[in-house]
Design a protein around this ligand. Structure first.
Ligand code: F6R
Length: 672
């Protein structure tokens, strides 16, 4: 989620690099840097903090503002960093160079095998100056590019050889003072755009950076690299096979460009979820489904002796915590209390050395959450923070941090941060379950593999957008909406109602479906909208009874149910014609079938690995159904969130509100 800009051509490079980085600022960053080829080396200036600090450092550096001599070709690159590996600091800011400073690289994404490569390169005499994975790229390329290297003096060939060793998801730009007038750019699962000018070429991680200079662009695909010179661009696959790309012309205005073509950041961030989920899971979920969260320092001892978990968070993050409570209790069999941080801090919480306190915060700055964490620490509890913003106060003060890697979230209403918080909790709960022996290896790996499927299922969930939009139009005409559900569907309902009310200003309430009849049912009258979330097979019959209850009072019900593939006996079923459909046809609900399969699962809920889509059971009960791809019921809230985020978004748009900046709300709540 960092920003990359590269330039080769006749302009003074800072005239392209600094404005380019500024146009990527909206993505968020914690440090910035540039590198320019001058006098046989790459002159690098980089600073922690906002771009102004970099600009101040550039003043009088000799790089600032000097127009290139007529006919000269300039080469440079720039970067805004959003820390993932290593804290935000001058040293960790990009660009990173080889030892003699003749080669420089800026990078987005993660090099997964950096530790292994770093060790290898250190043995070969390379000295590292930063904590980043990026620096490995500079040293590795130098191995092939430097004197006696297998691709001596040919940057593109050296990069190609280095790519064979790199694992992970990355985009990078690399330049060399030994070959001024040349930039090599690479893309593997992280965006990289090439801009084509007259006698100049550009590269960037996002279109907005390039708009003032050119509108003719090429978007590299995964596994492609490009060799840019002022007068030609050569694109190949990593193994050197030439690739032809037809340039496209961008007709976005500036504002659209910032939002990646979406009308609002919120919609952009909803759509980013498949990509950022991959980031959250990367490195922590091995190919066979094994979870690795050793980064928390809680494995190999602490997790096994924890007697209780206390979760404290605010707003949406608290709703993620409610899902986490179920995951820890059912998979790892640890008692969990989930509290609003603003309540936890004042209730003299019973936490101590046998308790792990987990705080959850996108910003890492929320005052109540920070205070809750401090209160837990004072009582001797170990603290683990699930945080998005690297280097934030909560991240710094917690005993252990688990970053969600969702990238900057700009819209005030949290979307991708919430779903990545749930993924983080799922990873941790699975790791705890293994450590404590409450799930065996095969069960945990099966669940891990289901986690791996989620990004693809998220893409399918986004396909419901047009249908959801139609429901939102109708919903926007109302002033009161109820969201009901049971179990994890109730947790999902809590988040859905918050999303709707904070941006559409429609009054919304979440109710545990079974609780309605104890009072609130009095408010359900003719035409009142009720969004009934019914994704949990074992609870489906009960939820359907509650749907009938509100229908009997005249409610307009929108059902949210699962479709697609389920699993029974470890075998995929569904796609509309599996157990769910068959069960519906036979008059039995999918829940009854899944419930039978799950009935022996008293010891551990993980044995409930059988489930069937629930949508078929709603047919004939509810006219309006939003279908969500089915996954393991415990992971379902993460997918269910997507159409409900879209429902809130389109209701707010319909009402003409400022979706990204709702009234009375701030992105980071640093006051009590
Ligand atoms: C709602 C929302 C808020 C935040 C809450 C906590 O969409 O974004 O409810 O979840 O203010 O913020 P963080 O996660 O930064 O601690």
């Amino acid at each position: 989620m960092c920003g990359i800009v590269g330039y080769v051509g006749p302009r003074a490079p800072l005239d392209v690099l600094i404005p380019g980085l500024r146009r990527l600022e909206y993505r968020g960053y914690d440090s910035a840097g540039v590198g320019v080829v001058v006098d046989g080396r790459v002159a690098v200036v980089k600073k922690e903090g906002p771009l102004q600090r970099l600009e101040a450092a550039l003043e009088g550096s000799g790089l600032d503002g000097a127009p290139a001599a007529a006919g000269a070709v300039c080469t440079g690159l720039g970067h805004t960093r959003w820390a993932t590996h290593g804290r935000p600091s001058d040293e960790n800011a990009h660009p990173h160079t080889n030892e003699d400073g003749t080669l420089a690289v800026v990078h987005n994404g993660i090099i997964e095998n950096d530790a292994e490569l770093r060790r290898e390169l250190e043995v070969r005499g390379h000295v590292f100056r930063s904590e980043t994975d990026t620096e490995v790229v500079a040293h590795l390329v130098e191995e092939f590019y430097g004197p006696g290297g297998a691709a001596e003096g040919d940057l593109a060939a050296a990069v190609r050889l280095a790519l064979r060793r790199l694992k992970g998801a990355y985009a990078f730009v690399i330049i060399s003072a030994r070959e001024p007038g040349r930039i090599v750019v690479v893309r593997q699962s992280s965006p990289l755009i090439i801009g084509l000018g007259e006698g100049e070429a550009f590269a960037a991680s996002g279109i907005p950076a390039l708009l003032p200079y050119t509108r003719r662009m090429i978007a590299l695909n995964d596994g492609e690299m490009a060799d840019l010179r002022p007068d030609r661009v050569v694109i190949t696959t990593f193994d050197g096979t030439p690739v032809r790309h037809e340039p496209f012309t961008v007709d976005w205005n500036e504002e659209q460009a910032e939002k990646g073509g979406f009308p609002h950041f919120m919609l952009k961030e909803i759509h980013e979820q498949p990509e950022v989920w991959r980031q959250t899971l990367r490195r922590r979920l091995l190919e066979d489904g094994t979870v690795d969260v050793t980064e928390t320092g809680l494995m190999g001892g602490p997790a096994a002796v924890v007697r209780r978990i206390a979760i404290a968070a605010c707003g949406t993050a608290y709703h993620a915590g409610l899902v986490g409570k179920t995951l820890f209790e059912r998979w790892a069999r640890i008692p969990v209390d989930a509290d609003l941080a603003s309540e936890f801090r004042y209730r003299d919480p019973l936490v101590g050395p046998d308790t792990l306190t987990i705080v959850i915060s996108q910003s890492g700055e929320t005052a109540d959450t920070l205070a809750a964490m401090r209160a837990a620490k004072e009582r001797g509890s170990r603290t683990l923070a699930i945080v998005n913003v690297v280097g934030s106060t909560i991240a710094r003060e917690a005993d252990a941090v688990f970053y969600t890697h969702a990238g900057p979230e700009i819209a005030v209403a949290s979307t991708k941060a919430y779903t990545t918080q749930i993924l983080a909790l799922a990873l941790l709960a699975l790791a705890f379950a293994r450590e404590r022996g409450t799930l065996d290896g095969a069960q945990a790996r099966a669940l891990g593999r289901e986690l791996q499927r989620l990004p693809v299922l998220a893409e399918a969930a986004l396909a419901a957008e047009p249908a959801v939009r139609a429901h939102a139009r109708r919903l926007a005409q109302h002033e009161d909406v109820f969201f009901i559900g049971r179990g994890l569907d109730y947790a999902a309902a809590m988040e859905a109602q918050l999303k709707l009310k904070e941006i559409s200003y429609i009054h919304a309430e979440a109710y545990a479906a079974g609780e309605l009849k104890h009072g609130t049912l009095a408010l359900v009258t003719d035409g009142v909208p009720v969004v009934a979330i019914a994704t949990q097979p074992p609870l489906l019959d009960k939820t359907i009874s509650n749907i009938r209850e509100v229908q009997a009072r005249g409610a307009w019900v929108i059902g949210v149910a699962t479709s697609g593939e389920g699993r029974v006996g470890g075998v995929p079923v569904g796609g509309g014609a599996g157990v769910g459909a068959a069960a519906a046809a036979s008059g039995k609900t999918a829940a009854a079938v899944a419930g039978t399969a799950a009935s022996g699962a008293a010891v551990n809920a993980a044995a409930e690995a059988d489930w069937a889509p629930t949508a078929p059971a709603l047919s004939g009960v509810v006219e309006d159904v939003i279908a969500v791809p089915a996954t393991h019921p415990f992971l379902q809230p993460v997918l269910t969130a997507i159409p409900l985020q879209l429902l809130a978004y389109y209701a707010a748009v319909e009402r003409g509100h400022n979706v990204d900046k709702p009234r009375n709300l701030a992105k980071s709540v640093t006051v009590e």
